[in-house]
Write a protein that binds this ligand. Structure first.
Ligand SMILES: *Cc1c(COP(=O)(O)O)cnc(C)c1O
Length: 386
């Protein structure tokens, strides 16, 4: 089966007995058994059929043997990090997701050594893995400036250093990038984003081929109670079926928006891996099927006012869903990042991040073009070009 078919067919076998064509929502938290028999289903925190149906689909998307679904992307992240003993060395992208930084902070308190490196720079990758490491944590494209790490190169070097290699693939999603194909050990998803796709369910997942890793993840999940509800699994699985269609429209919409931004005199840098002058363009073209739904740009006026002028785009955090969203990283998603780190990562007060949704592109283009154009009031907040 090809990818688009797997999306709608995996984990979707008709239910024996009833013939339900959709996996039923199993709400039971305990299962009848005979005392002496080893039960297939024992207790809802450990096993749930609705969750397993979702996991069969998620694993199949990357041709992987295993997927474990979690209550959120954060819970999946914590399960992966639970592998690390005190004193272990973790090397991570320097521009990881803000919540991931918070998780790393918890681990540092438990004696894990966290080091950040610019994993979009091959020399920095070589230097970071010149000494032994227990885990590599990679985000590509990164948030919010869409830097690209070379997955095959990072995985090769990190393996030489003895590391388990994890890629947070939330931004690209499995329709555009499949890290396991490049030698990566574990793919992490916040399924809250493009996989569920409708901004109405939280979830996370860890996908891998290694049975020992998978067992460690599910053992952590059961012990810590980091389980998704059956209803959230149902919603995530429901959303997943249209991932390819949604992603195709989002990428096309993102490209249209990038063209508007590029042509505008009120916009400075535009960050999008689909642009030939983006530093990661060639690597992205090699490892991604398309450059993605997320882009960021420098507005040469007041970013807050720009976002107020947008009528269609919703000002909100999160990404990858059917609604087009805008946010100002310095004020919203990255407000907690220390200002000097923010500056080093190129997150200025003028930066605006866009997640393209699936609306009609003409409506999005009209809305963005009108908001970029300085009105009388806007004139005041747009700096003189000269
Ligand atoms: C949202 C997000 C997470 C965390 O996922 P939750 O489902 O919100 O817990 C992790 N990584 C990235 C890149 C994200 O965008």
């Amino acid at each position: 089966m090809r990818f688009d078919t797997r999306l709608v067919r995996l984990g979707q076998e008709p239910e024996p007995g009833t013939g339900d064509v959709v996996p039923p929502l199993h709400l039971a938290v305990t299962y009848e058994r005979r005392v002496q028999d080893p039960p297939r289903y024992f207790y809802g925190r450990g096993e749930n059929p609705t969750r397993e149906a979702l996991e069969r689909c998620l694993a199949g998307l990357e041709d992987a043997r295993f997927a474990a679904a979690f209550a959120s992307g954060q819970a999946a992240g914590m399960a992966a990090l639970s592998l690390l003993p005190r004193g272990a060395r973790l090397v991570a992208s320097d521009d990881v997701y803000g919540g991931t930084r918070a998780l790393f902070g918890l681990l540092e308190r438990q004696g894990v050594r966290v080091e950040h490196a610019d994993l979009s720079d091959p020399a920095a990758v070589a230097a970071a893995f010149a000494e032994p490491a227990a885990m590599a944590w990679v985000e590509t494209p990164s948030n919010p400036t869409l830097r690209i790490a070379d997955l095959a190169d990072v995985a090769g070097r990190a393996h030489e250093a003895g590391a388990v290699v994890l890629v947070d693939n939330t931004f690209a999603g499995p329709a555009l990038q499949q890290p396991l194909r490049f030698g990566v050990d574990v793919t992490l998803y916040s399924t809250t984003k493009s996989i569920a796709g409708h901004s109405d369910a939280l979830g996370g997942a860890l996908v891998c081929d290694d049975e020992r890793l998978h067992r460690a993840f599910t053992a952590y999940r059961t012990a810590a109670g980091a389980v998704p509800s059956p209803f959230d699994c149902f919603l995530v699985h429901r959303g997943l079926r249209t991932l390819a269609l949604r992603t195709g429209r989002q990428v096309a919409n993102a490209a249209r928006l990038v063209a508007v931004l590029r042509a505008s005199p009120h916009v400075g840098a535009v960050h999008y891996p689909g642009l030939p002058d983006h530093p990661g363009h060639r690597v992205a073209a090699r490892q991604m099927a398309a450059p993605g739904a997320v882009l960021a740009f420098e507005y040469l006026g007041d970013a807050e006012k720009l976002m107020d002028r947008l009528r269609l785009f919703t000002c909100a955090v999160s990404l990858g869903g059917v609604l087009s969203l805008v946010e100002a990283p310095a004020l919203m998603t990255h407000a907690g990042v220390p200002p000097d780190v923010r500056r080093a990562l190129g997150i200025t007060d003028r930066l605006v991040r866009v997640s393209a949704g699936i609306e009609d592109p003409a409506d999005l283009v009209e809305d963005l073009a009108a908001a970029l154009r300085p009105t009388k009031e806007g004139d005041e907040d747009t700096e003189d070009e000269a």
